[in-house]
Design a binder for this molecule. Sequence first.
Ligand code: ZN
Length: 254
Amino acid sequence: MSSYSTPAIMLRKTDFGDYDLIITLFTLKEGKITVIAKSAKKSTKRFGGVLELFSALDVVYGTGRRKSLPVLQEAVLKHPFPSIRASVLKTAYASYWTELINEWMEDGQIEALLYQLFYHVLKELDAGASSGGALSILFQMRFMKMFGLAPNLRRCGTCRMDMENIKETTVMFNLAKGGIICNRCAVESGRKFVLTKGIVKQLLWIEKENLEQAARIRLDSEAIKVGEELLEAFVPFHLGKDLRSLKFLRQIRK
Ligand SMILES: [Zn+2]
């Protein structure tokens, strides 16, 4: 049996029989993995009650025979993110980011930068220094960029005119085209969003700034409202996935 140890964040937990839990973890060193936590359900003492959603852990697990799930051996709590668990709205944001990772990542696909981003937004959400909306925009923009699916916010997707040279104060955002369209070109069908150039600049800034600074950005309330609406349409559209947690988030935010 080989053993692995890695930092990990819990993505999912399901019952397995009367005694065990099946747990999906996003790990720093091994990517997304699913393990069995034996007797974790029967006795909370077995893992000290640390196996909770979104918790940041240091885990040790062992792989044995082929086709059998790796077995969780140890889990040490690094950060419980208690204020996320205490707030329905924060839980809804964390659930959305968790579902994005769980749905999009293949088993064993290692993405250290995504791990750092995920840990960072959970930590900031827990601390409450930035709003859930601003953090969610940060997470979605960078998540899409990592996989080469970032929205095009720099030039018109049709005539290619640079955003800086567009005279109007607003541009359209076309979902299917995956980016902005100047008003002169914006005659095509499809769902559209109107963005001010100021909002476009704030979205670009949050995408390129270093993580610590970007998380503390004070997006204005209009930019958060429009940015969330836009990205929560853009992300499922381009990933080709229907995200259940997004419906919950929209209900809670009302
Ligand atoms: Zn154009």
